[in-house]
Design a protein around this ligand. Structure first.
Ligand SMILES: NC(=O)c1ccc[n+]([C@@H]2O[C@H](COP(=O)([O-])OP(=O)(O)OC[C@H]3O[C@@H](n4cnc5c(N)ncnc54)[C@H](O)[C@@H]3O)[C@@H](O)[C@H]2O)c1
Length: 295
């Protein structure tokens, strides 16, 4: 099976990045959004991304034009019937995702491979709703897609080994490094990354050290690009709280439970960079200031 046309459903942060990458690596991309307005926004996002690369001299104008020739959009999932692979990147909501896959399953040719970019939902729960469990995988890209070299390829107990192979080769063809994970909560990266950030939050809550010293400790002591609390603010505290609950529900281990300080911050809608405040005050995004919780 040769992948020529890739469908991308949902053109937010991840979907637009994935569609752009797919175009840059020679595939045709057929993208989908909920309505015309969102579709145009998404298409513009992809165009702007490619134009920026052009301005920086990373791609030639004629290459950019050729990529845009291979880009098309639709608001109807039924138009995606001919795609060889469809990557779903809509909201992290199992009902929304499942509805999309049921509609795609009815519309698409039987060879079409389905993939979800979910960070935390079970691939099996989506696959079982379709007539093609064996052609269903997870393709977990990292944010920002253009920069992060890793993609987790997730196989369920029903995934056909040939489809897994196709997915691995597809990821390689995008210039990314594939790692294979089983369909367990957290896959590989978030299984380790989430409790690492939760530990740092617990340390703040228990007064082990200041926010600055915890982050500088990991940054300078372990050569990480940033500390766990700043990273949490970047990712979004609501996203981490959600991931924490999912991991805790699956493994019932204390280390995955959301720390009280995280729950309080999320309750107050202090969600990190996107809301202007989390473990840091982001009033000046170039100069985040650690918040004094009075602990
Ligand atoms: N943001 C990240 O750092 C990140 C990293 C890895 C994986 N993910 C996963 O990727 C997925 C998308 O995340 P995101 O951050 O891009 O979200 P986002 O909110 O930026 O984008 C989601 C997009 O999906 C669209 N959408 C929603 N319902 C739709 C439908 N029925 N049909 C078509 N389009 C629909 C929305 O209009 C929106 O543009 C989620 O599953 C998330 O867990 C996110």
């Amino acid at each position: 099976m040769t992948i020529k046309q890739v469908g991308v459903v949902g053109l937010g942060v991840m979907g637009a990045g994935i569609a752009q990458l797919v175009l840059q690596t020679g595939y045709a991309a057929l993208v989908n959004e909920m309505d015309k307005n969102l579709l145009n926004k998404g298409l513009n996002r992809i165009k702007t991304g490619l134009e920026k690369l052009c301005e920086k001299g990373k791609i030639k104008t004629e290459d950019k034009d050729a990529m845009l020739q291979r880009l098309s959009g639709t608001v109807n999932l039924s138009d995606m019937a001919s795609c060889d692979l469809i990557i779903e990147a809509v909201f992290e909501d199992i009902n929304v995702k499942t509805e999309i896959f049921i509609a795609l399953d009815k519309a698409c040719k039987k060879e079409t491979v389905f993939a979800s970019n979910t960070s935390s939902l079970p691939i099996s729960k989506m696959a079982v709703q379709t007539s093609r469990r064996e052609k269903f995988i997870g393709l977990h890209f990292f944010n920002p897609v253009a920069v992060m070299p890793l993609v987790e390829v997730i196989k369920t107990i029903a995934t056909d080994p040939q489809i897994l192979e196709i997915a691995i080769n597809f990821v390689k063809s995008l210039g990314k490094y594939p790692i294979v994970a089983k369909d367990n909560a957290g896959f590989i990266v978030n299984l380790f990354l989430t409790p690492y950030m939760l530990d740092a939050m617990r340390a703040v809550g228990e007064g082990v050290a200041s926010i600055n010293d915890i982050d500088m400790g990991m940054k300078l002591g372990c050569n990480h690009p940033m500390g766990p609390l700043m990273l949490a603010d970047f990712i979004g505290l609501d996203v981490i709280n959600n991931a924490s609950n999912i991991l805790f529900n699956e493994y019932k281990e204390k280390r995955y439970a959301p720390p009280p300080l995280l729950v309080k911050l999320v309750t107050m809608r202090y969600l990190g960079l996107k809301s202007g405040r989390g473990f840091y005050d982001w009033s000046d995004p170039k100069n985040p200031v650690p918040v004094d919780f009075g602990i």
